[in-house]
Design a binder for this molecule. Structure first.
Ligand SMILES: NC(=O)c1ccc[n+]([C@@H]2O[C@H](COP(=O)([O-])OP(=O)(O)OC[C@H]3O[C@@H](n4cnc5c(N)ncnc54)[C@H](OP(=O)(O)O)[C@@H]3O)[C@@H](O)[C@H]2O)c1
Length: 386
């Protein structure tokens, strides 16, 4: 229940590290829908710094944050390995939760969060931002409009690691598809020594590959490839997301359908609505129009914050915030509520479908070997995997 008369959602931040500073501090202090009311971090100095930037108090622990600051929404932004446990503690119906990726790094903790969210009626969303990038959102909406026919296959090649890559592939395929079986393969190889930007060193010469595939009950399938060099290596410079429909296809944002004679691909250019500010073009909306022989339908994506200059990655995280906020009961922002696109249910539909597919892609072809590989490929992380 919101404790203020304003329309703003009271937000608490748990974790005051890099991601909090890069995304949640700027967003929570810029977007008028949110009011930062407190933060929690293990290091007092770091928590005080973030509290100062947010303009709110810092608290020693989560209980103090809840009982004294009365947040409506808590963003869980603790280290990778702690996300699940901290989220699990908070899933009891008192506050809505937006959890940084991944929701949990152990299957049973993720399952427990989903189960507890269901039984307590809590709103739990994962800040999985890759499918919320503006161009991905537009492509998803265009796919949903039917202009590419039925989607048969999607692929994320270095589109993002693990859950990010699979989230992209699954989102474009449609999260309502029921997974039938899954395959995960992980392999390591020697490669030419080269520079690693993230590690800040040369001579890296070993690469780990992750490959994943899911077959769905309707025969469609999604695949994903990534390596632990995917974000920072001169050896692996290519990133691509593809979808193939019965009436067209897309490679990143290059979209095509058949021409009227069905002899050539016909390009569907993306129309950009941007605003120029401080030398940048900030995206406010994107659109694509089906050709006349397919009905001429215009499909549009609008930024949830068109009046605020945000980078694409910031829009993606802001969309996650807006979406979970729109589902929070008992607080007053009608502006966000109007933007709600998600079904009303105990757990965020997108995350639930994602969790179900990625964690529970059963029955597996071979319960022992393939299952173990899949889980290891999903759950195991190298330090570069953040
Ligand atoms: N979606 C994406 O693309 C993406 C990208 C990067 C990161 N992430 C995720 O974002 C999260 C945060 O990453 P980061 O890079 O910001 O990590 P970080 O720099 O290590 O910061 C984590 C913060 O959480 C604090 N903390 C640790 N355990 C805590 C607990 N039990 N209760 C409260 N605070 C606790 C830490 O305190 P101390 O300072 O005292 O250690 C630190 O301030 C991770 O889950 C990561 O996987 C997602």
């Amino acid at each position: 229940m919101s404790r203020v008369s304003s329309n703003r959602l009271r937000v608490g931040l748990v974790g005051c590290g890099q991601r909090a500073r890069d995304y949640y501090v700027p967003l929570l202090t810029t977007l008028a829908d949110f009011e930062p009311v407190g933060c929690v971090g293990r290091s007092t100095a770091r928590a005080a710094e973030v509290a100062h930037a947010l303009g709110c108090p810092s608290y020693a622990d989560v209980e103090a944050l809840l009982s004294r600051a009365h947040p409506d929404l808590v963003v869980v932004c603790v280290p990778y390995h702690a996300n699940g446990e901290v989220t699990l503690e908070l899933v009891d119906g008192r506050v809505a939760l937006l959890c940084e990726t991944p929701l949990a790094h152990r299957l049973e903790v993720g399952d427990a969060i989903v189960e507890r969210a269901r039984s307590s009626g809590s709103i739990v969303a994962v800040a999985e931002q890759f499918p919320r990038f503006p161009r991905v959102e537009l492509v998803r909406l265009a796919i949903e409009s039917g202009m590419f026919g039925r989607i048969l296959h999607t692929a994320s090649d270095f589109g993002g690691h693990g859950y990010h890559g699979m989230a992209l592939a699954r989102t474009l395929l449609g999260l309502d598809r029921v997974p039938l079986q899954a395959l995960g393969i992980q392999r390591s190889f020697d490669v030419a020594p080269h520079w690693s930007r993230i590690e800040g060193r040369s001579g890296r010469n070993r690469e780990r590959w992750d490959f994943g595939a899911i077959e769905f009950a309707d025969g469609s399938f999604a695949s994903f490839v990534f390596t632990d060099h995917g974000y920072d290596s001169p050896l692996r410079w290519h990133r691509q997301v593809r979808f193939f429909g019965s009436g067209g296809m897309g490679v990143d944002d290059r979209l095509t359908v058949l021409d009227p004679d069905a002899r050539e691909p016909h390009s569907l250019p993306i129309q950009w609505d941007t605003v120029e500010l401080r030398g940048h073009h900030w995206v406010r909306g994107l659109a694509v129009v089906a050709p006349p022989w397919l009905g001429g339908q215009r499909v549009e994506w609008r930024s949830p914050y068109p009046d605020v200059p945000l980078r694409d990655d910031q829009i993606a995280v802001a969309s996650a915030l807006a979406e979970v906020a729109s589902r929070s009961a008992g607080w007053g922002s009608r502006s966000i509520r109007r933007r709600s696109r998600v079904a009303r249910s105990g757990v965020h539909a997108r995350d639930r479908a994602f969790a179900r597919a990625w964690w529970r892609a059963v029955p597996l072809p071979s319960p022992t070997r393939t299952g173990a590989l899949l889980r290891r490929s999903v759950m195991a992380r190298s330090p570069a995997y953040r």
